[in-house]
Design a binder for this molecule. Structure first.
Ligand code: CAA
Length: 271
């Protein structure tokens, strides 16, 4: 399925394709290396709202072409903004990225090239990052006279060490895929042609598991990271308890306990 339009927004820059239980969002503005202007951000937001959460269990986010994932926020659009407009543009990006970060199902960023500024930031809003060998990460904003504005000062410091985040942000130096892997910014690096198959394989591995449990894991990790450990443990207890009495929990445990070695595991239902 490809969403061409939704509501009032004509989808010019986002492709959305579903294969089984996995949806792939492609930022499709190749001429500008998939840079994020307001329209791309609006379309991304509408696309997320349109995802069929009854049947979709994992998303992949990538960029069109073989050169760039996302080369940042659109510098042309930002170049004439006032202070108030700059703040509003930051909020627009942050609102969409929070929607992605809090999306009920996992999102894998398949970083297929440049992930600079807003590109690194959108990847960091995803649950998991994997990249191709030609990927380049960085927060070049201070070289443009601005701070990172779509969450980079916050998420980079949380994902890698604060010292490494500060080094990357203050120096505006880009890093290659191997260094991104070394500092824990990405989980794995693949040859370009293997990246999407690897993302699809990982997504299928997620999609085959009990969907309520996977969603609750995402919520437990995300919400727990925002509070102290005592509160975090309570968050986990509630989400753990929430899984019980579901068809998936009953079936998953009954399947394990059943000693019939011939049995074949049925797909989990969303219930
Ligand atoms: N905004 C707007 N247009 C961009 C863009 C961006 N962030 N990045 C690339 N483009 C456009 C270029 O202007 C160029 O357009 P034209 O063909 O019309 O001239 C086209 O994409 C191809 O780019 P290049 O010719 O520059 O390609 P290259 O291979 O020589 O260089 C690059 C690639 C190193 C990624 C270089 O394009 C670049 O440095 N881009 C900007 C990266 C950047 O600074 N990103 C951070 C933006 S600020 C931000 O994101 C703020 C925030 O936190 C919200």
């Amino acid at each position: 399925m490809i969403i061409k339009e939704s509501g009032d927004i004509d989808m010019e820059f986002i492709l959305y394709e579903v294969k089984g239980a996995v949806g792939t969002i492609t930022i499709n503005r190749e001429k500008a290396l998939n840079a994020l202007n307001s329209k791309v951000l609006d379309e991304l937001s509408v696309t997320l709202d349109a995802v069929d959460l009854e049947n979709t269990r994992c998303l992949i986010l990538t960029g069109a072409g073989e050169k760039s994932f996302v080369a940042g926020a659109d510098i042309g659009e930002m170049s004439t903004l006032t202070k108030a407009e700059g703040e509003a543009f930051g909020k627009k990006g942050n609102d969409v990225f929070r929607k992605l970060e809090n999306f009920p199902i996992p999102v894998i960023a398949a970083v297929n090239g440049f992930a600079l500024g807003g590109g690194c930031e959108i990847a960091m809003s995803c649950d998991i990052r994997i990249c191709s060998e030609n990927a380049v990460f960085g927060q070049p904003e201070v070289g443009l006279g601005i701070t990172p504005g779509f969450g980079g000062t916050q998420r980079l410091a949380r994902l890698v060490s604060p010292g490494m985040a500060k080094q990357m942000i203050y120096t505006a130096r880009n890093i290659k895929a191997d260094e991104a892997y070394r500092i824990g910014l990405v989980n794995a690096v693949y040859p370009q042609e293997e990246l999407i198959p690897a993302a699809e394989k990982m997504a299928a591995g997620i999609a085959k598991n009990a969907p309520i449990a996977v969603r609750n894991c995402k919520k437990a990790i995300n919400d727990g990271l925002q509070v102290d450990i005592d509160q975090a443990i309570v968050i986990e207890e509630k989400l753990f308890g929430d899984c019980f009495e579901t068809e998936d929990q009953r079936y998953g445990m009954a399947f394990f306990l059943d000693k019939n070695k011939e049995k074949v595991k049925e797909p989990f239902k969303n219930c």
